[in-house]
Design a protein around this ligand. Structure first.
Ligand code: BGC
Length: 894
């Protein structure tokens, strides 16, 4: 048969049909026709409409089919269409059966408007714990259950895609959105994200893992050019995304606001097409962050399929570029196809009859369980916790005891029906929270808030802290006489659009907070009663200067709407804490390797940026700025452990009401061949049931590349072990776990040599070690050369590897012969000191020390029972605050 002839005849008859009877040529319908055919039937304008969201951001809404103007064009929760308060919607093309899909935030739960005009119903969603807390559970099964509950709320409220999880690396503790993210470590990040994605998507809705990539600061976030090496990108900043993509195939990925090595993330074909789709095999669609990038045509060409929230000008630019031959329509078609492929999977397209009535009670129970699992017990001297059974009355100090933060601000916030405060949680657990003290705080908080201006209706919300109430010493003493125990809650909040600062009231305590902690602890301890500090924050903060004061410290993070119940569960002992830090708590902010470069600097002489129409505060384009990641791969514990920097609480750290023994570390083979199974027995050696997080670190030989002292390559959480019970945990190491990214080869390479396996309860509490050999170098995977920096980056280089670390010694009590190295009083009146022991070993040591110094207030400050990590050569070091002069300072055994 003459093929050309048939085609011509067919085409001719189609044209004829269309001309004679347009109604008969029914266009293909999405869901029935092949997606390719639907795209082929779309006009250029329809394609451009599909790849640009319906608006509802800060621009006026487009006059597109079905679009409805959001009142006032608000920013967050802008859309009023379909699901009010969702973040955005995609365009419908009714002619082709293409419906709109609804996208809504965020990482701690669904963010939609809780009420609607002229509607008596409410639409509350569950506020789950924030990302930092979820990661601290180290429990992927639990995180998947949280995801399942969130996914169900999407389904029942008519939302198709959750704009979460957020999985940027905690490069610096001051990033304002760290609370939304998981960890400083890419393995924890990737595993948590994969679990969350799988949980959410089990409900038949989608996720959007974000913000892809290297979005580690909020300052100037939409104009920040991040200079970062290929190795740091691959090993640290992309790795979590890779794991999430390979293990969970999320429906969508959201590109970040920043530029990477000179190109906006959504405009980077290297990022979106070469790495994400090429190297990792991502099958879903990619969307911009809200208003991200500058050039819509470059975004389409990069393979960033959907531009959100969308402006008419972006659509017009795409149409024009195709018409003028600057944009190949095939690229636009591919983007449209990818969007449609997932649109048909969404519950809206499928016509799911959502109830608007998810089971909020059941989800609150999941939120409570997760919150308690991720809280981290940082200190528990003299077994102060759980509260003794005879404890009846509690004096609760600190604003956040009464107004406990459930989560951070911005798009990661949730409109929940309630938040259980710490005080309410304790009351419901049967404790008498001193009512008079409660009334003092209630009156204070009410008055302060009454005098404040209302938050602006548009723009990013910002948390303005309320100063701690000054509680006079007399009142503290009375409380110490009246109550059985004291709790001081230190609260911090942060959020989108703004970074935190290394200042008092943010990363550090204010003078008022310090006084409160000091007064309460000394008054209660003087009466033989315990004082507990609860830290209610989304990110890390300084603890080293005051942690010696309380008997116990519970890092409660921001536990979602059930925070107070979960805190009470831990304090009462109903739940044995099992959370561990997935992010390091440093001694001093300046110890952070990125402290000097964070959060970047404005480019001198750069022109004022043009502003899109109608931009509210918080979304104005900042001046072009830049940041260089000179810390390279040395982020978090990779830095502290390799460079021998002391930390306040190391990565992986967390206490329990019981203790665990590790034994029988076994490797499946002495030499590595494709994979190796590591197993270890973890035994509950204490008197109460509990769970332990065991961590597998690997020290790799360093041949061509420098290597961190150790890197996390696996983790596992035991089930609830009864006293005396043992569980064998297995970890699988594959070739990838041994490899580092060698930019010279653009490949993951495992060097030949000996690999040391370190099984620990934290990154600095290694309990069992073993080693295996890799006989020859392995090139594990070649990757495309992409995102190459335009100029070379002078990255941190570690000191030459030290001799193999000495075997772990049993904790040793210091003796009076140990010498106190000359204490130093810092400008902030903090005294730091070290106690040197001649026989230096790397030991974890908790001793009944008393360190005392004459405080600036003329009182003798005392610290007891330090639990300290000691670098080789020192047995103990610590700090006291505030001390008048070094001469007044002494440190002795009681
Ligand atoms: C945030 C995203 C969020 C989006 C929609 C942006 O400002 O960076 O994380 O998903 O808004 O609310």
């Amino acid at each position: 048969m003459n093929f050309r002839f048939v085609v011509t005849v067919l085409a001719a008859s189609v044209t004829a049909l269309a001309a004679e009877a347009p109604a008969a040529a029914a266009p293909p319908q999405l869901g029935r026709a092949k997606i390719k055919d639907v795209v082929a039937a779309m006009t250029l304008e329809e394609k451009a409409a599909l790849v640009v969201g319906e608006g509802g951001g800060f621009g006026p809404p487009p006059a597109a089919p079905g679009a409805v103007a959001p009142p006032g064009g608000g920013v967050l929760g802008a859309t009023q269409r379909l699901v009010p308060g969702a973040a955005g919607t995609t365009h419908a093309v009714a002619r082709l059966g293409i419906t709109s899909s609804v996208l809504a935030d965020g990482p701690a739960g669904l963010r939609i408007s809780p009420t609607r005009p002229n509607d008596p119903n409410t639409y509350y969603a569950t506020a789950f714990p924030v990302g930092t807390l979820l990661a601290s559970t180290w429990d992927t099964e639990l995180v998947a259950r949280v995801g399942k509950a969130i996914g169900n709320e999407l389904l029942e409220y008519g939302v198709d895609v959750l704009l979460a999880p957020g999985l940027n690396i905690h490069r610096n503790p001051l990033c304002g959105r760290n609370f939304e993210y998981y960890s400083e470590d890419p393995l924890v990040t990737g595993k948590m994200a994969a679990a969350m994605v799988n949980g959410v998507e089990s409900q038949g809705v989608g996720t959007s893992i974000k913000h892809f990539a290297a979005n580690n600061a909020e300052t100037a976030r939409t104009a920040l050019d991040t200079h970062v090496s290929e190795r740091a990108l691959r090993e640290i900043y992309l790795e979590g995304f890779r794991i999430a993509v390979e293990e969970a195939q999320p429906w969508t990925v959201m590109t970040s606001y920043n530029l990477i090595n000179g190109t906006y993330a959504p405009e980077s074909r290297d990022l979106v097409t070469t790495i994400l789709r090429g190297d990792w095999g991502f099958k879903g669609y990619v969307m911009t962050d809200w208003g991200g990038g500058r050039n819509p045509v470059a975004q389409v060409a990069a393979g960033n399929d959907l531009i959100m929230p969308g402006r008419p000008a972006q659509r017009d630019a795409i149409v024009k570029a195709v018409q003028e031959g600057r944009l190949d329509v095939k690229l636009l078609d591919a983007n449209a196809e990818r969007i449609l492929k997932l649109l048909v999977e969404g519950p809206r397209f499928k016509g799911y009859k959502f109830s608007n009535k998810p089971d909020l009670e059941a989800h609150a129970a999941v939120a409570r369980e997760a919150a308690a699992e991720g809280m981290v017990l940082l200190k528990n001297a003299g077994a102060a916790l759980p509260l003794a059974t005879e404890t009846k009355s509690v004096a609760a100090f600190g604003n956040a005891s009464y107004e406990t933060f459930s989560g951070g601000t911005g798009s990661g916030d949730v409109n929940e029906a309630y938040t259980v405060s710490l005080a309410q949680g304790l009351e419901r657990a049967g404790y008498a929270v001193n009512a008079d003290l409660k009334a003092v705080y209630a009156g204070y908080l009410k008055l302060v808030k009454a005098g404040r201006p209302a938050a602006p209706a548009r723009g990013l919300p910002r948390y303005v802290p309320i100063a701690e109430l000054e509680i006079p010493a007399d009142l503290v003493s009375s409380m110490a006489a009246l109550a059985d125990v004291a709790i001081v809650t230190v609260g911090r909040n942060a959020g989108e659009g703004r970074d935190r600062t290394n200042t008092e009231g943010d990363f550090r305590l204010t003078e008022g907070e310090r006084r409160l902690v000091q007064r309460v602890c000394s008054a209660f301890q003087a009466k033989g009663k315990k004082a507990v500090v609860v830290v209610n924050t989304g990110g890390s903060m300084e603890t080293a200067s005051w942690r010696d004061l309380p008997d116990a410290i519970l890092l409660a993070w921001q536990g979602g709407q059930e925070a107070g119940h979960a805190i009470a569960d831990i304090l009462s002992g109903k739940v044995n804490p099992s959370g561990k830090l997935a992010t390091t708590f440093v001694v001093d902010y300046m110890d952070v390797p990125s402290a000097k470069s964070f959060p970047g600097t404005e480019i001198p002489g750069a022109p004022e940026p043009e502003q899109p129409p109608n931009v509210p505060p918080g979304f104005r384009r900042p001046k072009p700025s830049t940041i260089t990641y000179e810390d390279g791969i040395y982020v978090g514990y990779r830095y502290y452990d390799t460079f021998g920097v002391k930390t306040a609480y190391e990565f992986g750290y967390g206490l329990s009401y019981t203790s665990f023994d590790y034994a029988n570390l076994k490797l499946s083979a002495p030499r590595f061949d494709r994979k190796l199974v590591v197993s270890v027995d973890v035994k509950n050696a204490g008197r109460v049931a509990g769970r332990e997080v065991a961590q597998l670190y690997l020290s790799a030989p360093s041949k061509s590349l420098d290597k961190p002292a150790k890197e996390l390559k696996g983790f596992a959480k035991t089930k609830r072990l009864a006293p005396g019970e043992t569980q064998t945990l297995d970890f699988v190491l594959d070739a990838r776990s041994l490899a580092s990214f060698d930019p010279a080869l653009s490949a993951w390479v495992a060097d030949a040599g000996r690999y040391e396996v370190k099984l620990g309860a934290s990154s600095r509490d290694i309990r069992q070690t073993a080693s295996f050999a890799l006989d020859r170098q392995l090139v594990v995977k070649k990757e495309a050369r992409a995102l190459v920096p335009k100029q070379s980056i002078a990255e941190l280089k570690p000191p030459a590897r030290q001799q193999a670390a000495p075997a772990r010694a049993e904790p040793r009590q210091p003796t009076p012969n140990d010498t106190l190295q000359s204490p130093e009083v810092l400008p902030d009146k903090r005294v730091t000191f070290r106690i040197y022991a001649p026989k230096a070993t790397e030991v974890s040591l908790s001793g009944d020390w008393v360190a005392r110094g004459l405080g600036t207030d003329g009182h003798l400050n005392e610290m007891r029972r330090m639990h300290v990590y000691t670098p080789p050569g020192y047995d103990a070091s610590g700090s006291a605050y505030p001390v008048e002069d070094a001469a007044s300072f002494e440190c002795r055994l009681p």
